[in-house]
Design a protein around this ligand. Structure first.
Ligand code: UDX
Length: 445
């Protein structure tokens, strides 16, 4: 199938490259010339394991990037809209979506025959039909659902696992206002025969995406609230508490063989320094704002955000318990992005933690295997010493703060033992065994 994709961000580029790998003919379009040039030279512009290899393999075969939207749309049967939908502080910012729909509409005005438009960006319920549909109709002079198709198909990929999640989807949600849009998505997704498919309305498809993210974010803030209570009560460790909770057979089912299934879901039921990234914070906030707008405040989700915004503070509190003044204290920050396997710094808990340390004039050394460049851009000019290895980062540190679960941090117990003066260790993710490190402090204990 010939498909054009608007947007070469996370969702657009991964979707485009993976669909090309699966045999579709893809053109990814972006207004950013520099980005397009890089992509067409095999440089993926974002870090995602396996993406570069897939991009290079499909480039100039099934995949090409372009700035020419008109040609891409005229030569394809279906367009996926995968532009950003940031949260502007008040509500979801639909300006990129609106602009994409307007431009697309103008092209559809000149395109004979049927063309399907499918929104992949995360948008609040009603956006595809009311905002995108209307903009397309106005600009094209054509009728949605008759002269062109309108669908919504959210993306559930996790950063750092994006290729794997896209290639082996657990579910595919397809919304559409007309049968033909749904049939075209059937064809598009026929390359994933094993995935469960949900055929529904656009509005429901939009709601499924928000509900999935809101649920996971709620589980995290729930675990953090419990963790904070454990710490306040004293003598209780949230890790042990959650282990006991996870053994509920409804969370970890027992097979007839007696073995347990440990669903990934339980990894969202762990305390830590909070969630970040491009989805959870922005999506939950956008849903809350949308609810408020229509007169349905969501107090539970309000608390989910409130707890999460407080959570990085717990790390600073633990540091200050040992160093009432952090001035000139050498602190090693391990992990900068919001999680391992990505260079995405958006809403990373490391940001408020580093800002807190900068305000107190600590000597910051920082290490992240892939997010260094993004962090440098974000903290431009700040007094942070970026290191190339774990060893170098630990050198001279009086406090070591772990903020993401990079596998290589598993070496820390071994690296920290036998030091003349053991540094304070703060486990912001409860990743390591507290008995394996001398001066261990963790969230929720
Ligand atoms: C998420 C959803 O998982 C994905 O389905 C959706 O499409 C986009 O949002 P992603 O943002 O890549 O994906 O991150 P995810 O791996 O789900 O983790 C989100 C955040 O939660 C990370 O900051 C992680 O560190 C944090 N987290 C996770 C916790 O703080 N505690 C946990 O127990 C689990």
């Amino acid at each position: 199938m010939k498909v054009s994709v608007i947007g070469t961000g996370y969702v657009g580029l991964v979707s485009g490259v993976c669909l090309a790998e699966k045999g579709h003919q893809i053109v990814c379009v972006d207004i950013d010339r520099d980005k397009i040039e890089k992509i067409n030279h095999g440089i993926p512009v974002i870090y995602e394991e396996g993406l570069e290899k897939l991009l290079k393999r499909n480039l100039n075969g099934n995949f090409i990037a372009s700035t020419d939207l008109r040609q891409a749309v005229l030569e394809s049967d279906l367009t996926l809209i995968a532009v950003g939908t940031p949260f502007d502080g008040q509500e979801i910012d639909l300006s990129f979506i609106r602009e994409a729909a307007r431009q697309l509409g103008e092209i559809l005005r000149d395109k004979p025959g049927y063309h399907a438009v499918v929104v992949k960006s995360t948008v609040v319920p009603g956006t595809t039909d009311e905002v995108v549909g209307r903009a397309l109709e106005e600009a094209s002079g054509k009728k949605a659902g008759e002269e062109f198709g309108l669908g919504m198909s959210p993306e559930f990929l996790r950063e750092g696992m994006a290729i794997q999640d896209f290639m082996l989807p657990d579910r595919i949600v397809m919304g559409g206002i007309d049968d033909q849009t749904l049939e075209m998505q059937d064809e598009l997704y026929s390359v994933f025969p094993q995935a469960d498919k949900v055929r529904t309305s656009n509005k429901t498809a939009e709601m499924i995406k928000y509900t999935a993210n809101a649920l996971l974010a709620t589980m995290i803030s729930f675990s953090n609230e419990i963790g904070n209570l454990c710490a306040a009560l004293g003598g209780i460790d949230v890790v042990e508490v959650m282990q006991g909770v996870h053994l509920d057979k409804r969370l970890s089912p027992i097979l007839p063989s007696g073995d347990r299934i440990r669903p990934l879901f339980t990894t969202y039921l762990e305390a830590g320094c909070g969630f970040g990234g491009s989805c959870f914070p922005k999506d939950v906030k956008a849903l809350i704002a949308h609810g408020r707008k229509i007169g349905r405040p969501m107090t539970l989700l309000d608390s989910v955000i409130h707890i999460n915004e407080q959570q990085p503070r717990q790390v600073l509190n633990l540091l200050q318990k040992h160093f009432p003044s952090l001035k000139e204290v050498p602190v090693a920050i391990l992990g900068l992005a919001f999680k391992p396997g990505t260079d995405d710094m958006r809403e990373s808990p490391a940001i408020p933690i580093i800002q807190g340390l900068l305000a107190q004039k600590s000597q910051i050394r920082a290490y992240d295997p892939v997010a260094r460049r993004e962090a440098q851009k974000l903290f431009k000019g700040a007094a942070i010493d970026y290191c190339d290895s774990l060893e170098e980062t630990l050198d001279g540190a009086r406090a070591v703060v772990l903020l993401t679960r990079w596998e290589e941090f598993g070496r820390l117990p071994e690296m920290l033992t036998g030091r003349a003066e053991a540094p304070l260790f703060i486990d912001g993710r409860r990743m390591l065994d507290k008995r394996s490190i001398a001066r261990y402090e963790g969230i929720g204990m």
